[in-house]
Design a protein around this ligand. Sequence first.
Ligand code: KG4
Ligand code: ZN
Length: 336
Amino acid sequence: MRILGIETSCDETSAAVVEHGTTVLSNAISSTKDLFSDLGGVLPEDAARAQTEYMIPVIETALRDANTTFKDIDAIAITHAPGLLGSLLVGTTTARALSSIHHIPLIGVHHTLGHLCSVCLDGTLQPRFPSLTLSASGGHTDLWLRTSHTKGQLLGRTRDDAAGEAFDKGAKLLGLPYPGGPSISASAEQGDNKAYAFPIALNGEDSFDYSFSGLKTALRYQIESLDDMSTDTSNLAASYQEAICLQLLDRIAHAVKKHTVSQIHIVGGVSANKRLRTLAVEMFPEIEVLTPSKISYCTDNAAMIASAGFFLTQESDDAHAPFVTSSTSPLEAVLS
Ligand code: KG4
Ligand code: ZN
């Protein structure tokens, strides 16, 4: 089954062709993040305007790279929620138009489910279930106990900021560019992660939830207490990154005490973080830890949406359930 995936939930415009949920034939991504590097975040209106220009060329690139045409596409998988409304509408209206012109079924995919399926891409990793899956991005931080690719139970999620948001807001306070994850990670390489003691929220509590807003405030107070923050940026970045990573892994450690799992999966933009990957392997020597096989599969991409679309069709109890009929309005799909 060959699926064209389309993803436009935030600042990226991506299209990909994936076979049987794992074999990536192409994964074209055009990002607008350079427009926002000095702003510390995305301007939704500007992102959506850029996406209307990028959408068709990106789809053409994905089809060309995969050496395929619409004739050989079995379904179109589209991110219908959550995300920036204008950006989602660019993708959903394009997908719906292509679906009706070429008579190809449309599959609505929740963005988070795409991240959950990203460890399958390339077929080099073999996901096994039950798994504990941490999905940490700029918009969500969720801990799942999964029994299959598309089924599972949400154990906990962030009560305020997402982990990626903590990186992005922290970078802004430290004077580092957006997105904050890569810039804090690069600065932290030169720093000492024990230089400052930042709090780890909900530590020791019987909860799988996360909270990062207090950490960001602690960073702000620490910066304000220094005469010149710029002389110690790397130490601040390293200590702040360590506190985010330790909180993320602390909830997994709590969960493995209560649930027997075959693997731990860490996905989403924050799973690109080198320190998080190193600490995860150190902390769970007995359990196999999977992270997406390429950094481009950690951050938003359409290949993961195509993969999730495939597994939805395979695992749905109702053969028609994952399909958005062409009579469904894109707004209904976006808001459902
Ligand atoms: O999954 P994603 O591409 O988009 C959302 O669904 O939000 O995640 C983007 C987030 C941003 O907050 C970015 O700072 C973070 O992932 N990120 C990282 C790294 N690369 C991206 N965080 C930590 N370390 C990284 N290397
Ligand atoms: Zn994402």
